[in-house]
Each structure stands twice: as C-alpha cells, then as structure tokens.
Write a protein that binds this ligand. Structure first.
Ligand code: PGI
Length: 450
C-alpha cells in the first residue's frame, strides 16, 4: 500500500501496546501474588464464557519468541505493563525475586532487539492483598503505589526511559467502582469519585518518587483515555450531557494533573459526592510530567439520560456509521480532534497515541493467513489523522497500535481480537495478520527515511 501520505518525522516512533494481565498468564507461577483480576475472574458471571487471564497468551514464558516477531516487524517500541503483584506479592514488603527477574529479562531482550521499552506501572491488576485493605479507596494504597513505582524505577531505569503511572484511571474508578463491570466490581458513585481522586494522588506521588530515584533523562507520564464528545442532537440537554461526560472521563484527570484543580462544573455537578480535596494533594497531583499517553479509539456521541444516576447520559449509536466488534463507531478524525483539543487546552510537553486499534472477527484462512483487511483500513485511516496532527505542528511523538497480540479483553474474555498478531489460544501459535504485515511495511518505509 502506498505510504507517501504516511511519512512521519524521523524521530517519530511506532510501537505496539499490551498489558500484563491481558497477555502474561503465569498467574500463579514463580511466587506471583494474586491480583484483583485473578480474583474477579473467578467470580461466576463476571467474565464472558468464564474466561480468565490464568494463561492468556503465555507471554510470561513466550516473550523471547514474541520479541523476535516484534523485531522482524520492525517495532521501534513495545508498551507493556508491570504486574504489581508479580513483583510485590502482597503489594508492599517482600519482593518476589523471580517476578523482578522476569521484567529485567524482558527489558534486556527488548533492548537487545533495539526495541524501546515503554512501561506502565498500573494497568488495573492491583494486588489483592491491598484490595483487602480497601484498595484505591484507601489512601495508603497511593503511598504503596509510589513505593512500588520507585522500586521499579531503581531497578529498570538504566534501560527504561518511558514511565507511565496509570493506564486509564477513569476505567478503574467508573467501570471498577461505579458500574461494577471491572474489578473490584463495586457499585457506588461516591466511592468511584473518591477512587478518582486517590488515583490522581497516587499518580503524583509516584512521579515524585520516580523523579527522586530514576535516571536522568527519564520521561514520566500517565496514559488517559481521551475521546471527542459530541451531543446527539442540538438540544441543550444533550450538549450538557456531552459536556458532563467530557468533564468526568477527560477533565477530572487532565485538569488536576495539568492545571492543579478539578473542573468547577464537575465539583458542582457531583456536589456532596465529590471527595474532600486539599491544596497539598492538588500540588502533588500536578507534579509536572514530561509526556501524556492517549488511548483513543472513536468518538462518543452522548444523549441526555436522567436515568443514568452517575453522569446523566448515555451513548448514542448513529445508524450510518460503521462499527467494530466492540460496537464502537469508526471515526478516524477522533485522533486529530483529540490531539488538537489537548494542544489547545493544555500545556503538554510530548504526546503519544498509546492505544488505537480495532476488534474485528478474525479467522485463519485455508492458506494459514489472517486476512484482516478491515483492521488494516482502520489503522491506515487513523494513522493518517495522526500524521495530520503532526503536520499541524502538534507535538505528537509516537503511535502505538492496540494491540501487538490478540489477548484477554477484560469482561469480554477472549471473544474480541485486537491483535496485529493472531493468537491460536489452544496451541499458543502466533500468526502475523495481514494488518501486522502492513504495519511492518509502514514502519520499514519510515525507518528507510531516517
Ligand atoms: O478495549 C481495548 C483496550 C483494552 O484491552 C485495554 O486494556 C484498555 O487500556 C483500553 N482502553 C480502551 C478505551 C476504553 C474506553 C472505551 C469506551 C469508553 C471509554 C474508554 C480500549 N482498551
């Protein structure tokens, strides 16, 4: 496929993203402690088909072979997360040396393959033992997270330069504590808002801790899901609903981190459900960061819905849009629009698209290949929008596709495939999909211009 329209600056990096619980497996191996997702998956009815991350893609054992695929593909960078309980089985205190050994080896293998590690410290798999003490509802957990982050930085920052604290804290707060569809499965709005604040606090404490102990030149940040929000109609009620969704899902994280205060309209809207916040905590949360990672897959069209007790709205699905297997509308301009908004409204040193991709029904054809043309078209269209942002002078420094491998899709188990590499779970065989081959050609084209 012609790549001239997808020519990026030479320092722009292309990568692929994953997360520990979704790919590693080895859930009970080599001294790893329980995570809340290990526990959650065991609760009947929580996960489609009763799937769990017990084995997942067996990345814990197969990472060296997977890195060979990454190298052949030409990835500049690989984003992964650390399983906190694999290193600290109880969340604090005693270190599981075999857990630490795994991440040291993973990083060494990536660097030996000239692939830049891009690390996330919390991609939702919180140690169960800390959950037993209140989890993110307990502010002590924020301190434990900072200690864990410092420890990882002390051990890996000679080889890892990119450090992000949380992946999508809004998901932990809203899906995990309000909707109850993610671990730990709580359903309490006030709790969800307190967790929102405590996650922001944990982020700030962790950045401060890493900055004290990490190597010079490290870049610290966070990964947030930021989407464009549209009202379903011109009605003021839909406009206000869209503004509330943007207010909670985006600005209740962006504003305290980059502006040192929560959005006034959100504090007002949530009233006495909003947590107590001190100036000292806001100063910690707004500890300057070097980069922001963005997960953006589509735009969200919102219509007013007073029955939604949390935020008074629901997602509208236009009939004239094409949809992925997640029932997400395909709207490539979402990347350009989000990047433009961030560039206009916030002072962010560097931006990375850390997750963008699509789930479509994939199958292995008789020729042994996976002809996922829709995914290739999705990636092409969205990367074009990333290019458009770069051409407008927006400081976008990289694009990571979600995901490198098909993997465990949370409450939907293994029913959704996002990978550019197909995983045949019964045999754990990998097959680079057509989209993976296309992505590799794109990377090689850009590397040839460096
Ligand atoms: O669903 C695909 C991926 C997950 O597998 C990742 O673990 C997670 O980081 C992730 N986030 C998103 C966007 C989540 C989202 C959906 C709908 C509305 C807001 C956020 C999509 N994904």
């Amino acid at each position: 496929m012609e790549f001239k329209s997808l020519k990026f600056p030479k320092e722009f990096i292309f990568g692929a993203s994953t997360a520990a619980y979704q790919i590693e497996g080895g859930a009970y191996e080599d001294g790893k402690g329980l995570s809340i997702w290990d526990t959650f998956c065991k609760q009947p009815g929580r996960i489609l088909n009763g799937d769990t991350g017990d084995e997942a893609c067996d990345f814990y054992h197969r990472y060296k072979d997977d890195i060979k695929i990454m190298k052949e593909m030409g990835l500049d960078s690989f984003r992964f997360s650390i399983s906190w309980p694999r290193v600290f089985p109880e969340g604090t205190g005693k270190v599981n040396q075999k857990g630490l050994d795994f991440y040291n080896s993973l990083v060494d293998e990536l660097r030996a393959a000239s692939i830049e590690p891009y690390l996330t410290l919390n991609h939702w798999d919180m140690p169960q033992s800390l959950q037993d003490q209140g989890g993110w509802l307990n502010k002590d957990t924020a301190k434990h997270f900072a200690d864990y982050s410092r420890f990882m930085c002390e051990n890996l920052s000679d080889r890892v330069k990119f450090w992000t604290t949380h992946n999508e804290p809004h998901c932990v707060a809203s899906a995990g504590h309000v909707a109850g569809i993610f671990a730990p499965g709580h359903k309490d709005i006030k709790e969800g808002l307190q967790v929102t604040h405590n996650l922001n606090l944990a982020h700030g404490l962790a950045v401060q801790a890493m900055r004290q102990s990490g190597s010079a030149g490290n870049k610290y940040g966070i990964v947030l899901a930021v989407f464009p929000y549209y009202p379903a109609t011109a009605s003021i009620h839909d406009h206000r609903a869209a503004q509330r969704w943007d207010g909670y899902f985006s600005r209740c994280f962006l504003d305290p981190i980059f502006k040192g205060s929560y959005p006034e309209d959100m504090v007002e809207y949530f009233g006495d459900k909003f947590p107590e916040v001190t100036e000292q905590e806001l100063s910690v949360i707004s500890e300057p960061i070097d980069m922001l990672g963005i997960n953006c897959y589509f735009r969200r069209i919102i219509e007013n819905d007073p029955k939604n007790a949390f935020i008074g709205g629901r997602e509208f699905k236009p009939r004239d849009a094409a949809y992925t297997q997640m029932d997400w509308p395909i709207y490539p301009e979402c990347l350009f629009e989000v990047l433009s908004m961030l560039d206009k409204d916030y002072d962010i040193p560097e931006l990375y698209i850390i997750e963008n991709g699509a789930a479509f029904h994939d199958e292995v054809s008789p020729d042994g290949k996976v002809h996922d043309a829709r995914r290739t078209r999705y990636l092409h269209a969205h990367i074009e929008q990333a290019k458009r942002a770069v051409e407008q002078g927006i400081n976008l420094k990289g694009y990571f596709v979600w995901s490198f491998l098909d993997n465990f899709e949370w409450a939907l188990g293994y029913s959704r495939r996002f990978g550019i590499v197909y995983v045949d779970y019964p045999t754990q065989k990998r097959i680079v999909k057509d989209s993976g081959k296309w992505y590799s050609e794109l990377l090689r084209y850009n590397q040839s211009l460096r």
